[in-house]
Design a protein. Structure first.
Length: 420
């Protein structure tokens, strides 16, 4: 209950109108991710990639779309097969334990020895030459193969735009969401300055002419990202030093699983127009391709849409909120253009990293609803607790009263006998 009140305060700081601008975003790709809520692992029980799932990378009004059964993460990488199984991929294959834990990305999108191009059947665990990988990316854990189809790869680096890293943007947006009060009362331009302990990020290309164009805001290339030695990327989960979320990595097969669904979209955001007061100073002058979420960061959507384990993947099973999350992403894909909300305060603003697809006030309403539900549950438990004690008291006091009456009656008889 106290945590719910804290979240509501956090949301109120996050949704401040002065911290956002409205824009018309072009939706390029949309989909729904799925993770185990308790462990952050890949949703299991969905069968193989060719049966029981939707057609990966279907199109809605020209927008590439992934349903919740595709287990896809932004910018458009879907589950293909479990280790040892076979699937078909025409695009890029990545061999890893998981890509997304519900709050942040767990594998860097930079070059990886476990990433290769494919044009047909793939045995998960083997490289492009059909040989098993020499090293294990995650020892003692089940791995999976993930496919980024060619229809997605062709859309990731359009000319004249800058493509942002999903990992880095999720980390920055989560950090801003976690600590919005840090920026209260400070000028927006001061808020957007990088932390003194963090090295300045930059866009790098080998060609000097291209580099000059990037600096002038005419060409776009993908930015560099900080990566840990083991290839994991900070998810921005609350914790000391911004460490990734700590989850249980092993679980009993008998444990009841809860799946969490997160709708997302890869959108092209137009550059901010200068309002005459220097609001666009220091910002990019070209469109930006970045991942967007309901309310600007994956953390705020985590656990909002859930189902009871893999039952959502079978006909006749309880789908829970899986279709609700899919309908939200589908709504964004229809028409390709959608009104979005771009954060212009905080560290995520400098790179156009925090983009919301829904009005921020909706998040406040949702959190208020969660808090109300917590209150009702709390008061119900208190009432039930009091009733149980009253019943127990009545059950105990009844026999004791009867015993007292009987004892009193026995004394009266004895007293009468004595007098006689």
């Amino acid at each position: 209950f106290a945590n719910g009140k804290g979240n509501l305060v956090q949301v109120e700081a996050w949704e401040k109108p002065y911290a956002w601008r409205t824009a018309e975003c072009k939706v390029v790709i949309a989909g729904v991710s799925c993770v185990e809520k308790d462990t952050g692992g890949t949703c299991g029980g969905f069968g193989n990639a060719d049966a029981g799932t939707t057609n990966a990378s279907a199109k809605i009004d020209g927008t590439v779309f992934f349903g919740y059964r595709d287990i896809a993460v932004c910018p458009g990488t879907y589950w293909c097969a479990k280790e040892g199984e076979t699937c078909t991929c025409d695009g890029e294959v990545l061999y890893a334990r998981a890509l997304f834990d519900g709050m942040g990305y767990t594998v860097s999108d930079s070059g990886s020895e476990y990433r290769f191009q494919a044009t047909g059947p793939v045995t998960c665990g083997n490289n492009e030459f059909g040989h098993h990988f020499a090293t294990d990316p995650s020892p003692y854990n089940i791995k999976h193969c993930w496919c980024t189809p060619r229809s997605v790869l062709e859309r990731l680096h359009p000319a004249g735009t800058i493509t942002r890293s999903p990992q880095e943007c999720a980390r920055k947006a989560n950090t801003d969401f976690e600590m919005p009060a840090t920026y209260a009362g400070r000028r927006l331009d001061a808020v957007t300055q990088p932390h003194p302990d963090e090295e300045d990020e930059h866009i790098f290309v080998e060609d000097d002419d291209a580099q000059e164009k990037v600096e002038q805001g005419v060409a776009g290339v993908e930015e560099e990202r900080d990566e840990a030695p083991d290839g994991r990327v900070d998810s921005g989960r609350p914790g000391i030093g911004g460490s990734p979320r700590k989850l249980t990595t092993r679980s009993s097969p008998r444990r009841r699983r809860t799946y969490s669904y997160t709708p997302w979209a890869l959108v092209e955001v137009p550059p901010e127009e200068d309002d005459g007061f220097g609001s666009a100073e220091g910002k990019t002058k070209v469109p930006v391709l970045t991942c967007a979420y309901e309310f600007g960061n994956p953390m705020s959507s985590f656990g909002q849409f859930t189902s009871d384990g893999s039952s959502a993947f079978f006909w006749g099973g309880n789908p829970g909120d899986s279709m609700v999350a899919e309908d939200i992403a589908r709504k964004w894909a229809v028409g390709t253009q959608a009104t979005c909300f771009v954060r212009k305060a905080g560290r995520s603003s400098t790179d156009t990293c925090a983009v919301a697809m829904e009005p921020l006030a909706d998040l406040h309403k949702r959190k208020e609803g969660d808090l109300l539900a917590s209150r009702i549950l709390l008061y119900s438990l208190i009432t039930l607790h009091v009733l149980i004690w009253l019943v127990l008291a009545f059950m105990l006091c009844g026999p004791m009263k009867g015993l007292f009456v009987r004892n009193q009656y026995s004394r009266e008889i004895l007293d009468s006998s004595s007098e006689e």
